[in-house]
Write a protein that binds this ligand. Structure first.
Ligand SMILES: Cc1ncc(COP(=O)(O)O)c(C=O)c1O
Length: 394
């Protein structure tokens, strides 16, 4: 574990700082950047003399095919959205759970996992139920989620890996819970795709969404949206446009034959360069294999946890291997974890402040020396006098 899994020279920033922040923004590997830069250069220089229907199709077909490989499903089940939030809004407004039904999530979720349901529920009278763990983030469990689910639950919508604590649900457990109550399961895999193996073939997951710019190492502007068979057959997207149709280049407003695949969720001209980055970034991840990435990242996360324990930290991330991934979140008795994060950032150890805690994340470009440097710096920060909480980078 003295070595990183991905070559360090693909990530020049690592010569300057200790980057333990893939949960906030991953780093885009140089070979991926080069493909994106080549695409953007031609696009910006040559207009339609270069960018034709073939290029436009390629920009989204490659990420679609690679996302399908990553998740072990057919490319027809994958839409390339501009963000996980946009894709979830499409799904939520189509589903529109009605009065008398409920949507179950968690009060410590990333806001975009819950907000679309609030908005829909305000229109329809559905109830949004949240597992209450904000006052005790380490207490999240499948049982607490299950306690809120009943036969009126229309949707369970949670992150596979929680952004604040790194808690990882087993997808099979979530599927079993949803199916036992005839509810749909919508999963945000933004904090797990590219880090935790996900096999959706015959999985029972109804919808899975993932932003590209964290563990997948892509850029802003493109996200993966998987639609399971039962959804794919039925979904009638609330947002449509020229690209939602079987043949976008037909440009015929007298009829609107929606694409028979998940592509019908794609409705407009988008930042195609973001699609190119996503396609190349997923190919980069697939070259290592997600199983190997998980094994690598877990060793580093475990080393980090042991060091945090030795420094007297309170760890909010589960200890059990199956219930965590590459995020380790800690608090420090008598200290504000967000101020600690700010101090670490100032010292070149790049981490995130979250809910009074410090969130570290380990990925394929990290090695044991990064963890050791972070712990040594942390020891110095904790030995120094506390600072008042100030603004700190997210
Ligand atoms: C769990 C989770 N979902 C989604 C996002 C981001 O969503 P979007 O890219 O749509 O802004 C984040 C970002 O931190 C996240 O942690």
């Amino acid at each position: 574990m003295n070595e990183s899994l991905a070559p360090r020279q693909h990530f020049p920033l690592l010569d300057e700082v200790t980057y333990l922040n893939a949960a906030s923004m991953g780093l885009v590997p140089l070979p991926v950047q080069e493909q994106a830069a080549a695409f953007d250069r031609e696009l910006l220089l040559r207009g339609t003399t270069w960018f034709d229907e073939e290029q436009e199709t390629f920009a989204l077909e490659r990420p679609r095919e690679n996302a399908a490989k990553l998740l072990n499903v057919s490319p027809d089940a994958i839409a390339i959205a501009t963000s996980m939030t946009e894709a979830l809004c499409q799904v939520a407004w189509w589903l529109r759970p009605g009065r008398g039904t409920n949507i179950v999530s968690i009060d410590l979720e990333f806001p975009s996992v819950v907000y679309p349901w609030y908005r829909v529920a305000a229109e329809t009278g559905a109830e949004v139920r949240l597992v209450q763990v904000r006052n005790d983030p380490a207490s999240l469990s499948l049982e607490k989620l299950a306690a809120l689910v009943d036969d009126n639950t229309a949707v369970i919508c949670v992150s596979h890996v929680q952004f604040a604590t790194g808690f990882r649900f087993a997808l099979d457990d979530l599927v079993a819970l949803a199916q036992a109550h005839d509810a749909l399961l919508v999963v945000d895999a933004t904090q797990s795709a590219g880090m935790v193996p996900i096999d959706l073939n015959a999985s029972g997951v109804d919808v899975l969404l993932a932003g590209g710019y964290k563990w997948l190492g892509a850029a802003f502007g493109a996200a993966v949206c998987y639609l399971g068979p039962s959804i794919l057959e039925r979904i009638d997207p609330p947002f449509v446009g020229w690209r939602s149709t079987i043949d976008p280049y037909a440009l015929d407003v007298t009829s609107m034959p929606l694409a028979p695949s998940a592509r019908r969720l794609e409705f407009s001209t988008m930042s195609y360069g973001a699609g190119v980055v996503l396609g190349a970034a997923i190919a980069y991840i697939l070259d290592f294999g997600v199983k190997r990435i998980l094994a690598h990242d877990m060793v580093l996360a475990t080393r980090l946890m042991a060091g945090l324990d030795a420094l007297g930290a309170t760890i909010l991330t589960p200890r059990d291997d199956a219930s965590r991934a590459g995020i380790v979140t800690a608090r420090f008795p008598g200290r504000d974890g967000e101020a600690v994060a700010a101090r670490l950032n100032a010292a070149g150890v790049i981490v995130s402040p979250r809910f009074g805690s410090t969130r570290f994340s380990t990925h394929h470009f990290n090695r044991a020396a990064d963890v050791d440097r972070a712990l040594a710096t942390l020891e110095q920060v904790l030995a120094a006098s506390p600072v008042a909480t100030g603004a700190s980078p997210a």
